[in-house]
Design a protein around this ligand. Sequence first.
Ligand SMILES: C[S@@+](CC[C@H](N)C(=O)[O-])C[C@H]1O[C@@H](n2cnc3c(N)ncnc32)[C@H](O)[C@@H]1O
Length: 277
Amino acid sequence: MNVANCLAQSTRLLTTSPTARLDAELLLAHVLNISREKLQVSFEHSLTSSQLRAMNEYVKRREKGEPIAYLVERCEFWSLDLCVMPGVLVPRPETEMLVEQALKYLSEDISCRVADLGTGSGAIALALAHERPSWKLVATDRSAVALALAQNNGRRLKLANIQYYLGEWCQALPDQKFDAIISNPPYISSDDLHLINLDVTFEPKSALFSDNNGLSDVQQICEQARAFLHPGGYLMIEHGFNQGAAARNIFKHTGYSSIVTYRDLANHERMTCARIL
Ligand SMILES: C[S@@+](CC[C@H](N)C(=O)[O-])C[C@H]1O[C@@H](n2cnc3c(N)ncnc32)[C@H](O)[C@@H]1O
């Protein structure tokens, strides 16, 4: 079978994916170890039987809902090519907003010290370390698998301005003060389990779900972070699109000021930033 026919057949078989043709192209490019661009000019190329077997296997797994990023073991975040793996959350495009705001809020010139709590694959910390080589980043996670992956991504991207610490939220931090603490914590309410799509069921629940209507971890981070921020330091947290008011309330009651919520491209309240005085 050639590439064109394999793509057509795989696209037909991927009935549950809204992006069947794209998925087929990404999977076949991965199987052939070539770029998607190269795939587009290789339609007549014949697949070996082992390549065809591997492709059929990937299509079956994708049809069951396994995220493309886990299958191809790659994900792009902030234009960085990150390795991802089952057991660690696949970084989402909306989280790039935290990076964008951190770059706006903090001075480019000085050597800011910034912590990314619950770093997962390292997405936020790596993006900031890449954009601001003079900053000193600290990336933490309570998952040893996630932290090892973040560290590995940092090495692959040759980003040396990050230190990695294992542990629960601020307890993992070294005894230092930070100019900003940033986090994309778990924030889906366990009651909303039925609302999540198939892909998400393959991701670690500990990275997604939080007690108290999804706000337990936001609350813990707000309570703990103030002791680790310089006066005037910023706390920036991503939250659910319907959690803006509740998040502002938590920030207010845990002693932060200048509280602002930002909306994503879909006009949903997506992250809240505040300062400690
Ligand atoms: C929503 S994921 C975010 C991952 C990554 N920052 C991103 O945006 O792709 C939340 C992360 O927080 C970590 N986490 C959950 N509870 C934690 C806790 N109590 N202390 C430290 N990390 C925690 C999870 O292991 C997971 O990697």
